[in-house]
Write a protein that binds this ligand. Structure first.
Ligand code: FA5
Length: 331
């Protein structure tokens, strides 16, 4: 029996030494195969005296069972190791991926629009909206630009093809929201209206065919050009900080009289044209059912994309629309 005990121990160390299923299978054959010590012993059972055979047979079976268990356990362990390695190799490290894929955020233009709204709301304005597809009445006529007016040409309008006459268009500025607001609401009016606008302009460093403007409109008693200048100045300070200056230059828009263009100072001392403004033309007030003898107003409209380019020092406004994640991620 002690020989058999030794045999079991030998089988255990052979199984433990086997590093893979081939080696294990070889060792298993050595200990349990047809030519193994156990099989030989079994063959020799017949040579034992009859009274001892049954007990010796049971012993042999017991030992065979022990050795088989040894090999089965080792096989399970080797298989576990193989799977462990395979899992490790094929593991998709999601934690690492999540780290490299940063969370998304609002586009720079949307951030700027929200910021602009906050600044104006802080100054007592409310936010108004209008449609992106407009009729000639809202985009031009009510704004004192009849169809013969040369100023229509300045707006490089994109028309919606509904046949002649060309009466429906993508709005070329946010000024139609002035008309929609005055038609619906009695003064006093203090609104800003940010939104997308469209022109046939080719994209270049300072132009986009689809861009964003923000319109401002104030109608109240005794409003003067001084209120307009003060409002623009306060806004520029609130948005850019006190180091950026603004200036008004005389200009012309059919819907304001007098009209001005306003510029903001760049860090290099030059000026960037940001938008147009002026006192609301009496004809526009009349077109919207407001008595110009009783009410006065000012309006302004400027480009959000240019403002963003200025604020973040972008050389080219097109950066804002090419959707390069490396660019967008910085903001
Ligand atoms: C207007 O659109 C007038 N509606 C502004 C206005 C409103 C005047 C109220 C008076 C009273 P203008 O065409 O100049 O004006 O455009 C205003 C601003 O929009 C420009 O100064 C510029 O900042 C921006 N802008 C115009 N075209 C483009 C473009 N293609 N790409 C990017 N920004 C543009």
């Amino acid at each position: 029996m002690s020989d058999y005990q030794k045999l079991v121990e030998k089988a255990r160390s052979a199984a433990a030494l086997a590093q893979n299923t081939e080696e294990l299978s070889g060792a298993r054959t050595d200990f349990l195969g047809k030519k193994s010590v156990l099989s030989e012993a079994k063959k020799q059972l017949g040579l034992l005296p009859e009274g001892e055979r049954a007990a010796a047979g049971r012993d042999l079976n017991e030992i065979r069972k022990l050795i088989e268990e040894t090999f089965t356990d080792r096989e399970t362990a080797i298989q576990d190791e193989i799977w462990g390695l395979q899992f490790e190799a094929e593991r998709l490290d999601i934690s690492e991926r999540l780290e490299s894929l940063r969370r998304g955020h609002l586009h720079l233009i949307t951030q700027a629009r929200d910021h602009l709204e906050d600044v104006f709301v802080g100054m007592g304005f409310t936010v108004a909206e209008g449609p992106e597809v407009e009729t000639a009445w809202y985009n031009f006529e009510a704004l004192n630009i009849p169809d013969w007016h040369p100023a229509r040409g300045n707006f490089d309008t994109i028309f919606v093809d509904l046949g002649d006459p060309e009466e429906v268009m993508l709005r070329s500025h946010t000024s139609p929201v002035q008309v929609r607001t005055m038609e619906k609401h009695e003064p006093p009016i203090y609104i800003v209206a940010p939104g997308r606008t469209f022109r046939t302009d080719s994209a270049d460093a300072t132009h986009l065919p689809a861009f964003n403007q923000i319109e401002g409109l104030v109608v109240d008693n005794g409003i003067t050009m001084g209120d307009l200048a003060g409002t623009i100045d306060s806004f520029v300070q609130a948005f850019f900080g006190s180091e950026v200056k603004s200036r008004l230059r005389p200009s012309y828009f059919p819907f304001t009289e007098p009209s001005a263009e306003f510029d903001i100072s760049r860090p290099d001392g030059s000026w960037l044209e940001l938008g147009g403004c002026g006192m609301v033309h009496p004809n526009v007030l009349l077109n919207c059912g407001i008595d110009p003898e009783e009410w006065q107003g000012f309006a302004f409209g400027f480009g959000i994309d240019r403002l963003v380019a200025m604020r973040y020092g972008l050389d080219d406004i097109r950066e804002l629309v090419i959707n390069d994640a490396r660019f967008l991620r910085q903001f």
